[in-house]
Structure formats: C-alpha cells, structure tokens
Design a protein around this ligand. Structure first.
Ligand code: ADP
Length: 288
C-alpha cells in the first residue's frame, strides 16, 4: 500500500499483474470483452473511477509539487490502440481527473513535412514530459512500427531496427527519471464496427469518423501481426506493456487508472519540505 493510503479494492489480481504482457500473450486470442483482475460490474467500475481518480489526482499533485522544487522525475503514459479503442476517452475520463497544468499531452498524427525530414524520434523527444509532469502520448513512436510497417511507408530493413532503437530510447528515459507506462488497447472487430456505425449515425460524432478507418479495419490481420511483434520486442522491465481489453470502456478506464496509480506509488512521493521557516513566516504574516 502506497502513501495514498488506499488499496485497490475489488481487484482480485492487481491490474499491473492481470494486464502485464508476457511471452505467451497472443493478441489473436485476447478476450477484448474481458475484465481481467476485476470482480465488479459497470456501476461499481464507474464509482471506482471517481474514487481512484481522486487518488491519482492527489499523487500527481505531489509529483508536480516536487517538480517545482527540483525533482526531475516524471511519468509518461503511452496509449496505443486500434481506431475506436477509446484513447481519446481515456484522456478525457482518466487524465481528466488531474490538474491540467500538471499534464503534458500530445496526440501524434500523420507526421508533418518538417517531422518527416527528421528521425522519427525527433518529434517524440520534443514532446517528453517536463520535470514533475505527467506526460500523455495519444499514439506515439510505436506508430513507426505499426502504421508505417502495415502501409510499407519505409522498407522492412528500416523498421526492423526500430524495436531495438526504441528499447534503447526508453531505457535512456527510465535512467533519467521518466517512469513509462505503456498501454495497448484492443476492441473486437464487432465492437469497432458498432462504434464506427455510431459515429455515422450521430451528428455530434460525425467529426470523429474518418473514411480511412474502414480501410484500416480491413488491414486488421496485418495490424495484428505488427502489434504482436511490437509487444514481443519492446516489452521490457523498464518499460513494460500492459494489454487492456477495451470493449467495456468503464473497465479500460479503471484499469489504466490503477496502472497510473501504481506508477506514481512506486515513486514513493511525499510533499516537498518547505524552503522557508514556517514559524518565521507565520510571525511575519501575522505582523503584516
Ligand atoms: P485519431 O485517428 O487518433 O483520432 P488522427 O485523425 O489525427 O487521430 O489520426 C492519426 C493518424 O495518424 C492515424 O491514422 C495514424 O496511423 C497516423 N499516424 C500517426 N503516426 C504516424 C506515423 N509516424 N506515420 C504515419 N502515420 C502516422
């Protein structure tokens, strides 16, 4: 139990264990409708999201406070997932619990001409969380071994080397005080179809629909291979992958909340010591 003083109730297995990618995990066999490690239903899940979101917020504020007084550490959440897997909702409903000034959020889309002139990690390095911040990547450098591979945007002898390069990059981040939490979110093709259909039905969701999502859907077997290789080759002790079933949004949200709480608790945070004398300041204030 960390300093936040509350244990993750209703989890029979901690999310960090239940969702950790391992050598035997096959995406093709994943139950995307499952709720690994969790005993409760949607009502409980939604209630817990609020409770545990408050715990997350408290921990993030402590990291932020420490960052203000010289602590160079940060936390980086990397969100990867199929279209409609709920990356945007994760940012809104999980990260939405914490003070926005403590969050460095970046969504990575198709690289700009300027980004394309640089090494693929160039734009990633620029977006890394500052000291004391919670960084959130909605898509990431992993696109450079996913969409880039599936669409042959660079030859295989180029993307093949990227797994090792990414591992070295993440090792460097970990060594310099950035705790990395990597989340891969998966929905079933049926659930994805429903979510895309809803985007077509509802006027308030049309803006989320992209005709290329249907093309990408038909490429799922290739994406599946690319995701599997990504998990097999970049699942390290210092930057582990967590595989999150995402057919039930309430589950994926509480799961990622728990993964983040765990990452923050491992920092063993406390409030920073004041850099002034409290009694002197109380006296000065009273006399002012
Ligand atoms: P989203 O689909 O997540 O709502 P966008 O509409 O901005 O957001 O789409 C992002 C698109 O950018 C995705 O199709 C993704 O595959 C693509 N993309 C991201 N990174 C790269 C990359 N390095 N190379 C090519 N395409 C990329």
């Amino acid at each position: 139990m960390g300093k936040s003083g509350k244990r993750a109730e209703h989890w029979h297995t901690p999310a960090t264990e239940a969702l950790r990618a391992g050598p035997h995990l096959r995406i093709a066999d994943l139950d995307t409708n499952g709720t690994p490690g969790f005993d409760g239903d949607k009502d409980l899940g939604e209630r817990l999201l609020e409770e545990r979101g408050a715990v997350l917020s408290h921990l993030q504020e402590m990291l932020f406070a420490n960052g203000r007084t010289g602590d160079e550490r940060s936390v980086l959440l990397v969100l990867q997932g199929m279209d409609t897997s709920g990356k945007g909702g994760m940012v809104r409903h999980v990260i939405g619990h914490v003070d926005p000034q403590g969050v460095d959020h970046t969504a990575f889309g198709v690289p700009t001409p300027e980004e394309l002139r640089h090494h693929y990690l160039w734009r990633i390095r620029k977006a890394l969380p500052r000291d004391g911040q919670l960084g959130v990547f909605d898509r990431s450098h992993y696109e450079d071994v996913l969409v880039v591979r599936v669409h042959d945007l660079v030859p295989e002898n180029v993307w093949r080397h990227r797994y090792d390069e990414i591992n070295r990059f993440e090792r460097e981040l970990d060594d310099t005080g950035t705790t990395i939490v990597k989340v891969a979110m998966f929905v079933s093709l049926d659930e994805q179809k429903q979510r895309l259909a809803e985007r077509l039905e509802r006027r308030d969701k049309h803006w989320k629909y992209n005709p290329s999502d249907v093309t990408e859907r038909s490429l799922w077997p290739e994406y599946q291979k690319a995701y599997q290789d990504m998990l097999d080759r970049t699942n390290t002790d210092y930057a582990p992958w967590y595989v999150v079933p995402a057919d039930r949004k309430w589950y994926s949200r509480i799961a990622v909340t728990e993964l983040l709480i765990d990452a923050f608790e491992r920092l063993d945070l406390d409030w920073p010591e004041p850099t002034f004398d409290i009694d002197t300041e109380k006296r000065r204030l009273a006399e002012s």
